[in-house]
Design a protein around this ligand. Structure first.
Ligand code: ZN
Ligand code: ZN
Length: 228
């Protein structure tokens, strides 16, 4: 025999439609799961999760429900519930490493890259002058013109050295960034896994512990991270 019935969620009071052949039902408002029980003439709901410490389910509530209720109902929440909700907050995602900045940003704001930029400008501007020097040197054979050429040559060499060093630094930065990114991706994977477990957490207010149904471990809310 299949019975359809209108029941209220024992946790949040939302109305749920249950049938007696349903094993479990999940409240779409607060996220709590219940076992559908059949008594002589009626159906009733029993919290699905049993606390591993007291073995009972009457003081048990889903952690995600506690947290969303505390964030929705700011005015009505007592200090105690909001404190508990704070402890039961889902773990925060790891922050992503900063991207290496754009070449334009570096040329404007990073002294080292600015020096490289100026080095290139000086080289480009000096090229016509150097041509003039060379032509004058060839025409006149005046050795004093060589001094100017050597000065330009040293500036040129200095600028090339700066550029090479800048490129090496850039490569090091990239490499460091790739390492940080790989570490971040690994911790993202761990975070996603612990969010999955967090979504299955229940809280027993009798023992002040959180647990995952079917697992033996139960810890106080302050040590929630241990079972995630
Ligand atoms: Zn509910
Ligand atoms: Zn308990």
């Amino acid at each position: 025999m299949t019975d359809l019935g209108q029941l209220t969620c024992p946790t949040c009071g939302a109305s749920l439609e249950a049938s007696s052949n349903m094993g479990t039902i999940k409240c779409s408002y607060c996220g709590n799961e219940f076992s559908v029980r059949q008594a002589a003439w009626s159906m009733y709901l029993e919290t699905f999760a049993r606390c591993p410490l007291c073995g009972r389910n009457d003081k048990v509530e889903k952690v995600s429900g506690i947290v969303s209720r505390a964030t929705q109902d700011i005015s009505g929440a007592t200090i105690a519930t909001s404190l508990l909700a704070k402890q039961l907050n889902p773990p925060a995602p790891p922050t992503s490493p900063p991207e290496p900045e754009s070449p334009l940003y570096k040329a404007v704001f990073r002294p080292y890259d600015r020096a490289i930029g100026w080095g290139i400008v000086v080289l480009l501007v000096s090229i016509p002058f150097v041509f003039d020097w060379l032509i004058a040197l060839i025409k006149t054979g005046n050795p004093s013109l060589l001094i100017g050429f050597f000065i330009w040559g040293s500036i040129f060499a200095g600028a090339i050295l700066l550029i090479r060093r800048g490129n090496r630094k850039e490569k090091e930065l990239r490499k460091g960034f790739e390492i940080l990114k790989a570490q971040w991706q690994a911790s993202m994977g761990r975070w996603k896994k612990s969010i999955g477990r967090w979504n299955r957490l229940y809280y027993c207010s009798r023992d002040d512990v959180v647990f995952i149904p079917g697992e033996k471990q139960a810890v106080p809310p302050g040590r929630m991270s241990e079972i995630l």
